[in-house]
Design a protein around this ligand. Structure first.
Ligand SMILES: NC(=O)c1ccc[n+]([C@@H]2O[C@H](COP(=O)([O-])OP(=O)(O)OC[C@H]3O[C@@H](n4cnc5c(N)ncnc54)[C@H](O)[C@@H]3O)[C@@H](O)[C@H]2O)c1
Length: 682
């Protein structure tokens, strides 16, 4: 008998318990055990109904992802739930924890579902490049209606028990002991002789695709917007539509062909890579489970500008009281803390002009101007007022945090917490470990990322840390390409076609091209005369073309508009700069644009890994994804380079090195891996 699926009879109810820690994944042994124990209950005269429940912290949380890359092994989950349809004893699934993917599909094979109040259900398969392939796309619409089913299947976000009840996915919410409640529910079904709903059977209210055209279009549009370029949501919709067009058996047969095609696609492989890369990013050598993060129950933010305002929201949204410090009342008043938002969270946010008001904070995040001397001053001041053990963090984009830490008498408590714009929206948080940061400080940074609903990734001190440093060469090449004859619109189109949410020059216009201009000016003394320089970007700034906020930059913006419009003047300016620099302008093909932009970033990424500034190449990929909106279905820039083949990437880098000089110096790691047949991401 199975050792991962248990059986007992309570009164006249058979209880089948899946016990496969940690999350009761529906691996092969569980599937075999399920068949055995359900058969046993069917044959058991003492049992009138069956309750199916998970031991430990959750109902099966999904399929066993480790089995993904292996050939499928019988029994398939689908066979199991199809067999439930013929079981004449009512089967009640009792849900707690997270019943996701195959876990939810299993419950759809059951006749009834009850749930603990904290249970969550969902079908996140599209996020792995597949769709709910054990008839979830057929059964869920019949249980929840087409609109709700598409919401779950296409968007992949889980919902809570209350919503699941509302959607008809759950029949009852059980307060108190779940098993007792589920048994009582089963007893009542027996007593009332409630008919068993069978979710593979045709159901009233489910019509033809034509009848549902509007709903279907809504989800096609949503998928195109939120997961642009990703195939799995569209495949999932097709699968659901099959269920409207044909009988259950035929639709399931169509799925059987569709599923392997999705699973074996490049996109699915990249999405699975991203899934594991995200988990990996949380692992930091030297900061194991034995390291206790410090509790963060109160926060403070220094500087309530663009970034500070967003960071204040992060605290408030997480229920952490926060004090905002500014230099003047006017600055606080014009502060970017939206007033309505502020009112809603007012109980959690307080403002002050006095540094001593942050004395009680567990975590202080500085987001003042990007100026090293100012930041050193602020940290010296904080050192004087912050309580012992407080974590002092800076949101600097480029400054040397070792120097900032050295301005305090407690450099071990100083880290970088680098947010992305907008700070309360973007999911990435780069946690910067200085030469002196304690493991506790780093652990606290990673914990704060989670508390803010973000993904933490570790970086070492370096100009731009990991994310901005690896992205800067892409922007640089885009500018050079305009000098050489491409238009901003052409470059941005190539990058968008590749999957980026926005073209890189349109992004520059949005955030202001003067920001990096000022930084270049402050670092002018460090400039290497042998390296090619972005003269064109300087020229636009000298002309006051700072981007969207001044009405023109790489594009022009008519009448305060937000839509970038190609501007022939940029072409004229570029031609003039090219003439001054002795650059011969030419037609540039799309492939060169893509390779120049991407491989410049990959080569820099390789240097970042080589220097130990990033722990692993996959961390760079996670940062691009959650910090810059790089398409998850591409895996990331480093993963993409591996797929292209490192010898080919290196050959291009060497070509560009020969043509454009020093900035293209190939990374030693890239050379080694290309020569040895290795890869960045395994
Ligand atoms: N804007 C971005 O895209 C971005 C992204 C990541 C990180 N950062 C970094 O975040 C920091 C802030 O950038 P921002 O864009 O929010 O700038 P900002 O100019 O919008 O805001 C800075 C705020 O700090 C206040 N301030 C200045 N000195 C202060 C002091 N001594 N005490 C208290 N408040 C003070 C200013 O009044 C201003 O409101 C910079 O270090 C920047 O590099 C910016």
């Amino acid at each position: 008998m199975s050792d991962v699926v248990g059986y007992e009879v309570r009164g006249r109810i058979a209880v089948v318990t899946i016990d496969n820690p940690p999350v009761n994944a529906l691996g092969h042994a569980v599937r075999v055990g399920l068949i055995e124990q359900i058969d046993r209950a069917v044959a058991d005269d003492a049992a009138g109904a069956i309750v199916l429940i998970g031991a430990g912290r959750t109902f099966p949380a999904g399929a066993d992802i480790r089995e993904f890359d292996q050939p499928p092994r019988d029994p398939h989950l689908l066979t199991i739930l199809d067999s439930f349809d013929a079981v004449e004893k009512p089967i009640v699934a009792a849900l707690h924890g997270t019943a996701l993917g195959g876990g939810l599909e299993l419950t759809l094979g059951c006749h009834f579902r009850v749930a603990a109040p904290g249970a969550r259900v969902g079908t996140p398969e599209v996020k792995l490049g597949i769709f709910p392939g054990a008839a979830g796309t057929q059964r869920l619409p019949r249980v929840a209606g087409l609109d709700h089913a598409l919401e779950l299947i296409v968007m992949g976000e889980p919902i809570g028990a209350a919503k699941a009840l509302d959607y008809g996915i759950v029949d009852e919410i059980i307060e108190g002991d779940l098993l007792d409640g589920a048994i009582a529910f089963a007893e009542k079904v027996l007593e009332d002789g409630t008919p068993r709903p069978i979710s593979s059977e045709p159901k009233e209210g489910i019509g033809t695709p034509e009848q549902f055209a509007e709903v279907i279009q809504k989800y096609r549009d949503l998928a195109a917007r939120r997961m642009r370029g990703q195939e799995s949501p569209l495949e999932a919709i097709e699968s659901v539509l099959d269920g409207l067009r044909m009988p259950y058996e035929q639709a399931v047969a169509a799925d059987r062909e569709r599923f392997p095609r999705c699973k074996d696609s490049d996109q699915s492989k990249a999405l699975r890579y991203a899934f594991f890369a995200e988990r990996e990013a949380a692992k930091i050598p030297g900061v194991g489970k034995e390291i206790q993060p410090r509790p963060v129950e109160t926060g403070a933010v220094i500087g309530a500008g663009t970034m500070g305002g967003g960071i204040i929201m992060c605290f408030a949204d997480s229920g952490i009281p926060v004090t905002a410090i500014e230099t003047s009342q006017e600055a606080l008043d014009r502060g970017r803390i939206d007033e309505a938002e502020m009112a809603r969270r007012v109980a959690l946010i307080s403002t002050s002009l006095d540094y001593s008001d942050v004395g009680g904070a567990d975590l202080i995040i500085e987001a003042a101007f990007e100026d090293l001397e100012l930041k050193k001053e602020i940290f010296a001041q904080l050192d004087g007022v912050a309580k012992p053990g407080a974590i002092l963090a800076t949101n600097t984009s480029y400054m040397d945090i070792n120097q900032i830490a050295a301005a305090t008498g407690r450099p071990e408590d100083v880290i970088g917490l680098h947010f992305f714009v907008p700070a309360n929206v973007m999911k990435m948080l780069e946690v910067v470990r200085t030469d002196t940061s304690s493991p506790e400080a780093v652990a606290t940074g990673m914990r704060v990322a989670r508390a803010f609903g973000k993904v933490g990734g570790l970086a070492g001190v370096s100009h731009g840390f990991v994310a901005n440093r690896s992205r800067a060469p892409l922007v640089r090449e885009a500018i050079f390409l305009v000098e050489e004859g491409a238009t901003p619109a052409q470059i941005d189109q190539v990058l968008r076609d590749f999957g980026l949410p926005m073209g890189v020059l349109a992004v520059s216009d949005l955030s202001g091209i003067d920001v990096s201009w000022r930084m270049r000016q402050s670092l002018a003394h460090l400039r290497d005369p042998e390296e090619r320089y972005v003269h064109l970007a300087d020229r636009l700034c000298e002309m006051g073309r700072f981007g969207r906020k001044t009405g023109s930059g790489w594009y022009t913006y008519g009448d305060g508009g937000s839509l970038p419009v190609p501007d022939p003047e940029v072409d004229e300016i570029a031609a003039a700069v090219a003439a001054e620099q002795g650059i011969e302008r030419r037609q540039i093909d799309d492939a060169e644009i893509l390779h120049r932009c991407l491989y410049a970033a990959v080569n820099e990424g390789a240097k970042i890994v080589e220097e130990g500034v990033a722990l692993r190449a996959s961390d760079i990929d996670i940062m691009w994804q959650y910090g810059f909106g790089f398409p998850r279905w591409r895996g990331g820039i480093m993963y993409h380079a591996d797929r292209v083949g490192l010898p080919e990437v290196l050959a291009r880098v060497e070509e560009f090195h020969a043509a454009h000089g020093k900035l293209w110096q190939p990374s030693a790691l890239l050379c080694d891996l290309a020569a040895s047949g290795g890869s960045f991401t395994g």
